[in-house]
Design a protein. Sequence first.
Length: 624
Amino acid sequence: MCGITGYIGGNKTTEVLIDGLKRLEYRGYDSCGIAAVDSKNSLYLKRVSGRVDALEKLVREEPVKGSHVGVGHTRWATHGAPSEDNAHPHTDCTMQVVVVHNGIIENYLDLKDKLLAAGHKFKSETDTEVIAHIIEEKLKSLHVQEKAMRADMLEPVFFEAFRRAVADLRGSFALSAVWAKCPGMILAARLHSPLVVGLGKGENFIASDVSAFLKHTKRVVFLNDGELAAVRKDGIDFYTFQGKKLAKEPVTIQWDSTMAEKGGYKHFMLKEIHEQAGAVENTLRGRLLPLGGDALKAELGFTAEAMRGFSLVQFIACGTAYHACLVGRGLFENFGMNAYADFASEFTDRAKLLAGGALVVAVSQSGETADTLFAVSEARAAGAKVLAITNTVGSTLTREADYVLYTHCGPEIGVASTKAFLGQLAAIYLLAGHFAAARGHLDKTDARRYAEELLKIPRLIEETLEKEAEIAAIARGFSSSEHFLFISRHINFPIALEGALKIKEISYVHAEGYAAGEMKHGPIAIIYKGMPLLAVAPSSRVLALVAGNVEEAKARGADVVAIVDEASQKVVKASRYIVLPRTDELFTPLLSVIPLQLFAYYIALAKNCDIDKPRNLAKSVTVR
Ligand code: F6R
């Protein structure tokens, strides 16, 4: 899982590549590099073990002379440790062919054995390097008199060598290659890893994600699986892996590159926490009233009859998105509808058991999570219909799904997901409301009340965010704690899981989320005097039970912070409170997660952690 950039056109190659890599660092950041072809058609290659800032410094110290074409890469290691040798771009033996790659080449060991037997010398432990050597082999096999040919005459040869090389690869890849002898063209290919081409004026771009080049162009073409692109400065041709030419229309991206910048906040994560009211508002806009009406149905392609026809709803996702799914399961069950939620990575066999008429709801911010995509393909193979809930237009998930419901959160850059989670919840509340209305679980009056309550949430999120200073102070008091417990019940149990996940990923401390009722069945044994325990306890039908579980934990020494509203504060006995505005029990997850996000943020800040790019993580997990 890595980020790719490519540029061809003017004389700003290294700036465009490096700026793009900075925007793609969320995809991986353990090493990075760029390659460009200079004015004498020699290869310029710079790589570092570490972040793009270090690469930028190196490139400034030793700039390339007169380059119009190049590729770049930021890496999240899969094969081979994070090191300069394993950093991309990778080259062939002649140092003329250069490749960047995101994904995994499953048959690379077989390929490498053959290449070694043919005399190739390898410089890295990566699977990617085989691709550069295969292209070299294919170029040789085409028997071209390179010296006798002009660079542009070599383009069909390079294309054919690349196409044949791609045909030898198994696994998943977004890849891009440059041949120094033929610097008028970059080639790109995609199979199960995202790749998008940006169309400029006299210049064109390649990237794993549009944010890499949005400040240069918003006109883009998304590659589909099995497609190749030949990118020149004044035009792009698309082909199938078999070499058949394709006609592909560009689309215009609505995001603005400044939307992806920090806007005065210290971290993207904090900015994104503060954008959550907007994320919910944008996701709900125009889709809610009247529930059971036509707005959302027209968008999804669902009729009320189809909604009545599904026998069950099966949610699948990973990480934070999975926690949104658990809330979704609770909501659907609340309305008396059969619903299940599973980790996408644990879904494989269960997919085969899906009853006919199942609707699989796959939730993914990026729409590129490999586990989720694989689970979707299994579900489809089993005959289920798939609805994608995603934030990313044109992502692979949107192309794999039968129906798509976009969250409209804008780009999420912080690796720890916050506003995308709120957007996912909003989309799931929409869906549940529409299903419940269509299936007669909500009558007209209740449907209106549900919609009205949901429409109040953005304002209540803003009110909740006003507690930031209080939450920060509480968090600072716990900044040296090494263990945290989060408990809740029913529809807020997933929020306890999410609170623990947020602390783990950005502060690197141990945290567990538990169903409050489960504590007494074992986990209560780990409580020691002063252990921080955050109890999510808004007013609800399970409040008395949560309050009892808090008492049990306190009796064993836990130092309890309770997330309450004014009414539930009177019932739960804690040493500190974070008081939320009141909403109907069903909607409380949309508010109760916010103090936990802020709590995690301020713990990580006190610990001086790299909040937007936590160690060992990447924003988009495109390997299984
Ligand atoms: C946690 C986090 C991850 C993602 C997970 C799924 O803060 O961001 O757990 O939620 O990797 O990613 P998407 O939603 O892109 O499928």
